[in-house]
Design a protein around this ligand. Structure first.
Ligand SMILES: Cc1cc2nc3c(=O)[nH]c(=O)nc-3n(C[C@H](O)[C@H](O)[C@H](O)COP(=O)(O)OP(=O)(O)OC[C@H]3O[C@@H](n4cnc5c(N)ncnc54)[C@H](O)[C@@H]3O)c2cc1C
Length: 370
């Protein structure tokens, strides 16, 4: 069976891996580069139980287990490691409270409020390396990548029988839409609910290997009253990733045109300077932005697309796409090859639960942005 996967982010690459393991003939169609969007620019933080008592619980727990197994089985070079995770507050003035726990490299502006996770419940990967690693593992099992922009679907009645890639037609038995926020384009082709993109900014510092595996989630009260949530992840490769400032600006239709807002980067850098003297003097390796894919109810769309035989979707993973990619890939492979997912119940993620978009509205928005 030939499966065409549209989008080479972490979700597309994970689906490719699980399908290739099971012997499917897999082609990923990627417009720019594997992991070029949010999958390459996210935090890569993983948590076992932070989605407990929500519809994501089983997907997250299964994924957390799979991450450990994949790193082990594939000798993954994506810096998988367990972490201790702390919650705290970044103040506008130094705190006098004595510090019992938390990373040693933070400044006196940071107060640690408690521990959010242990090495049993929190971990990390380097997200770009993980995405590329999944794609490589898929390629070793026969999958291949085709560089090109998916522009439409090939239909035969109600059946989806392939993909239009600009001037080229590529036939397949099944098509999976995994284009992150750009999956909105697929609402022109099929009855699908909208997928939005929420912009997030991040900085990557060259901090050296001295930072231990301790993640930080900090709250910061802005002078004007709103709260910022900052996430800080030292990585095994000697870098430290910090993200925290979102904006509502719409994503360009071309993933390569995503650029950070200067003012957001300046604010984030100033907060990092305050957070730690080590961050203040560390060289900045990357100042970047990316769009997390989100849906109207905050849950991903994972499953068969109603009314279009052979078409599937896997997107809208919001802040947990790196975590939830492995179990999403496994479940989509089961759905396509066995007719149903057995490792995770996909019912909460059924794309039919949300109203489909009127394609005319998408076309107008697309023209305005091109
Ligand atoms: C600042 C930030 C921090 C985050 N931190 C974490 C974290 O710590 N842990 C976690 O689990 N998650 C995190 N996330 C969320 C996570 O990054 C995303 O949920 C995930 O990367 C989405 O992956 P994706 O494959 O769905 O989409 P994307 O990574 O956006 O990939 C979509 C791909 O589709 C391609 N594409 C687009 N249009 C076309 C087309 N027409 N034809 C072919 N290809 C196309 C694009 O080029 C792109 O490569 C974070 C997100 C942000 C923004």
């Amino acid at each position: 069976m030939r499966v065409l996967i549209l989008g080479g982010g972490v979700i597309g690459a994970s689906i490719a891996y699980h399908l290739a393991v099971r012997g499917a003939d897999v082609v990923i169609v990627e417009r720019s580069a594997i992991g070029c969007a949010a999958s390459g620019k996210s935090g890569g933080f993983l948590a076992l139980d932070w989605c407990d008592d929500t519809p994501l619980m089983h997907l997250a727990r299964r994924s957390f287990t799979l991450h450990a197994e994949l790193a082990d089985a594939l000798s993954g070079e994506w810096s998988y490691r367990r972490m201790t995770t702390y919650a705290g507050t970044l103040g506008r003035s130094p705190t006098r409270a004595p510090r019992g726990i938390g990373p040693g490299w933070i400044s006196s502006y940071v107060a640690i409020d408690g521990r959010l996770g242990s090495v049993g419940t929190t971990a990390q990967v380097h997200p770009a390396a993980f995405t590329i690693g999944m794609m490589r593992a898929a390629e070793e099992r026969g999958a291949r990548m085709l560089l090109g922009q998916a522009t439409g679907l090939l239909r035969h009645g109600d059946d989806v029988v392939g993909v239009q890639i600009e001037e080229e037609r590529l036939e397949g038995d099944a098509v999976v839409i995994a284009m992150g926020p750009w999956s909105i384009l697929a609402t022109l082709w099929l009855p699908l609910p909208p997928v939005y993109g929420l912009k997030g900014h991040s900085l990557v510092f060259q901090t050296g290997t001295t930072f231990p595996p301790e993640a930080l989630f900090l709250e910061y009260a802005e002078p004007v009253g709103s709260m910022l949530s900052l996430e800080v992840f030292p990585r095994a490769d000697g870098t430290t990733y910090v993200c925290g400032i979102s904006s509502e600006s719409p994503s360009p239709m071309d993933p390569d045109l995503v650029a950070p807002d200067d003012s957001a980067i300046d604010r984030l850098k100033a907060l990092c300077d305050r957070m730690s003297p080590d961050l203040a003097r560390a060289p900045v390796l990357a100042s970047q932005a990316c769009y997390r894919p989100i849906t109207a109810d905050g849950l991903p769309l994972i499953g068969a697309i109603p009314g279009a035989c052979g078409a599937y979707i896997a997107t809208g993973h919001s802040v947990w796409g790196i975590l939830n990619a492995p179990a999403t890939g496994e479940a989509i492979a089961e759905l396509i090859l066995d007719g149903a997912a057995t490792t995770v119940d996909l019912a909460p993620f059924n794309p039919a639960r949300l109203a489909a978009v009127d394609p005319k509205r998408v076309e107008v928005a697309r023209r305005l942005r091109c």
